[in-house]
Design a protein around this ligand. Structure first.
Ligand SMILES: Nc1ncnc2c1ncn2[C@@H]1O[C@H](COP(=O)(O)OP(=O)(O)OP(=O)(O)O)[C@@H](O)[C@H]1O
Ligand SMILES: [Mg+2]
Length: 271
């Protein structure tokens, strides 16, 4: 169930080696945080997991099967910005994946199928704390609300793997702490493996089961054609965090938690 095996993967763009011989086994339900200096290939790696890019050499297996060469509903993604469509409402954004799946030509659902999809979307919108905002457009939401919408949009397809590229990087610290609580809850509840790129070590250690660091050991311009980034650190968080289980040490903070339903960045706080 949603194990990812990365085997001797290289990624080159022209003469430049970005990633060099990366091998990594990610277990089902893991929450991997990927850190590393700017330009070391974190987004490139994530895009390979998404199927937007292909390794130059090596293989990536999802549950033992080669990763399809294009993005699919089994892999959801949230970027730092621009994951949601500005011309669709909150409900429209969350419904979109289902509509595309239901009818690739018209992207519309009808009758019972639509009612069921709308119910599911509304439930998810409430779960991420956006109940009441179903008819708003992204421009009418705060940054934190937009990222919660992006999470709902990715989660409605019930992805096996959720890929996050600095999804909370642009948020204020208070809002970020709150969305961390939500993120943890979603990971505990949904049967998915998460790979999240972040620049923030604190965030990495707050959320992840495992922190992986990429680094270019040789980074002089003339070395770009001969050496890429490698895995320089692979840290398993202690005490172990397991999806769906409370932690031994901080069960209050580090386990399945109930939604408070209240969020600091609810519209009332928006000027
Ligand atoms: N499509 C592309 N064509 C050519 N080079 C690319 C392409 N995408 C990425 N690169 C190069 O690959 C390297 C890694 O880029 P990437 O965006 O993966 O880094 P990153 O670790 O995500 O950086 P940041 O932390 O700044 O987001 C960079 O040198 C970048 O210029
Ligand atoms: Mg990046």
């Amino acid at each position: 169930m949603s194990a990812i095996k990365i085997d001797n993967v290289w990624k080159e763009y022209g003469d430049q080696i970005v990633l060099e011989n990366i091998s990594l086994d990610i277990e089902p339900r893991a929450f991997v945080a990927l850190v590393g200096p700017s330009g070391c290939g974190k987004t490139t790696f994530l895009r390979m997991l998404l199927g937007q890019e292909r390794p130059t050499r090596g293989s990536i297996l999802l549950d033992g099967e080669p990763l399809p060469h294009e993005p699919g509903p089994d892999r959801g993604v949230v970027f730092q910005r621009y994951s949601v469509f500005p011309h669709l409402t909150v409900l429209g954004n969350v419904l979109l994946g289902k509509e595309m799946q239901g009818s690739r030509l018209t992207a519309k659902l009808f009758g019972a199928a639509r009612r069921q999809a709308v119910d599911e979307a509304r439930t998810l919108i409430a779960e991420v704390g956006l109940a009441g905002s179903e008819d708003k457009y992204p421009a009418q939401l705060s940054g934190g609300m937009q990222q919660r919408l992006a999470l709902a949009q990715a989660l409605i397809m019930r992805p096996k793997v959720l890929l996050l590229d600095e999804p909370f990087g642009a948020l204020d610290p208070g809002i970020r702490a709150e969305i961390h609580v939500l993120m943890k809850r979603l990971w505990h509840e949904a049967p998915m493996t998460v790979v999240m790129v972040t620049h923030d070590m604190r965030e990495a250690f707050t959320l992840a089961t495992r922190v992986i660091a990429f680094e270019r050991p040789r980074d002089r311009p003339e070395e770009k054609e001969r050496y890429g980034a490698i895995i320089s650190k692979d840290i398993t968080i202690w005490p172990p965090r397991r999806a769906g289980e409370a932690s031994l040490i901080r069960p209050d903070r580090d386990g399945p938690v109930a939604s408070s339903g209240k969020h600091r960045d609810d519209p009332v706080n928006c000027p």
